[in-house]
Design a protein around this ligand. Structure first.
Ligand code: HEC
Length: 239
C-alpha cells in the first residue's frame, strides 16, 4: 500500500514538473480585451478586415447582408465601404486570390478566417498580429514570435512600423525600431477592433442568441407563476 502511494506521489510530482516546463516554453499571449457587444468597434473591425485581410483571407461562412443587419449598416454603406470582391450582399466574403496561386506564393493558401477566432481565441490572433519582427533571412523579410517560420507577411507594417527581436537566452523581446503611421496605442486599438470583428464572425448569431435566451427565461418565469396561481385556484376547494 505504502509503495503505491509513493509511486502515485512521484507521478503527480512529475506531472506538475512537466506542466511547468511546458508553460515556461510557451510564448505567453497578450490579452485582446475586445468586446463583441461594442457595435462601433465591430464596424471599425469590419472595415479593417476588408481593407487589410480580405485580399488574402476569405470568410466563407459570413454574408455581407448579415454583417449589415447585425452591425446596423445600410446595404449602401456595406456596398460602398466593405464590398470589394463581391457584387451582391447575399454573397459571402471571398478572396480575389486563387487558392493555387496563393499556395504558390506563400507555400500554403492563407486559411479561411470565419472560424479562426473560435479555433485559436482572440488573444492568440491579437498577439500573433503584434509579434512580427524583421528577419532578413526569411523570404517575407519578417518572422513571428508566436508562429515561428510563418509565411504570412507583416501586412500591417505601414501602421505598426518595424519591430526587432532582441532575443536573450531564448527569451524573445520585441522592440519597435521604426514607428509606423500609428502610435503603439493606436495600433493596439486597431488590432482590438480587428480581432473583435473576427470573434463576431466566428459566431454572428451570438448576440441574437443571448437576447433570445433572456426572452425565453422571462417567458418561463411568467408561465411558472401562472401555473402556480392556477394550481392554487383549482385546489382551493378540494382541500
Ligand atoms: C498577403 C496575404 C495576407 C494578408 C493580407 C493577411 N494574411 Fe493572414 N495569413 C497569410 C498566410 C499565407 C497565412 C498562413 C501562414 C502560416 O501558416 O504560416 C496566414 C495566416 C493567418 C492566421 C493563422 C495563424 C496561425 O496560427 O495559423 C491568422 C490568424 C491570420 N493570418 C490573420 C490575418 C489577419 C487578421 C489579417 C488582416 C489584418 C491577415 N491575416 C492578412 C497571408 C495573409
Amino acid at each position: 500500500m505504502k509503495n503505491i502511494i509513493k509511486k502515485l506521489l512521484i507521478s503527480v510530482a512529475a506531472l506538475i514538473f512537466s506542466i511547468n516546463v511546458f508553460a515556461a516554453t510557451e510564448q505567453s499571449l497578450l490579452v485582446a480585451n475586445n468586446n463583441p457587444h461594442d457595435v462601433e468597434s465591430l464596424q471599425r473591425g469590419a472595415r479593417n478586415f476588408m481593407n487589410y485581410c480580405s485580399g488574402c483571407h476569405s470568410a466563407e461562412y459570413v454574408r455581407y447582408e448579415v454583417i449589415a443587419s447585425d452591425l446596423g449598416l445600410s446595404d449602401q454603406q456595406v456596398k460602398e465601404y466593405l464590398m470589394f470582391n463581391a457584387q451582391q450582399t447575399f454573397e459571402t466574403i471571398n478572396t480575389s486570390m486563387l487558392e493555387v496561386d496563393a499556395a504558390g506564393w506563400f507555400g500554403q493558401a492563407p486559411p479561411d478566417l470565419s472560424l479562426m477566432a473560435r479555433a485559436k481565441g482572440t488573444d492568440y490572433i491579437y498577439t500573433f498580429l503584434k509579434s512580427f519582427y524583421i528577419d532578413k533571412s526569411s523570404p517575407t523579410g519578417v518572422d513571428n514570435v508566436v508562429l515561428a517560420g510563418t509565411s504570412m507577411p507583416n501586412v500591417l507594417w505601414e501602421l505598426q512600423g518595424h519591430q526587432v527581436n532582441l532575443e536573450e537566452d531564448g527569451i524573445n523581446h520585441l522592440e519597435l525600431e521604426i514607428q509606423g503611421k500609428m502610435s503603439p496605442e493606436e495600433f493596439d486599438f486597431f488590432l482590438r477592433d480587428t480581432v473583435n470583428f473576427l470573434e463576431y464572425m466566428s459566431e454572428p448569431i451570438r448576440n441574437a442568441r443571448r437576447a433570445l435566451g433572456i426572452k425565453v427565461l422571462f417567458f418561463l418565469a411568467f408561465f411558472l407563476s401562472l401555473a402556480y396561481f392556477l394550481k392554487k385556484e383549482i385546489w382551493k376547494d378540494v382541500k
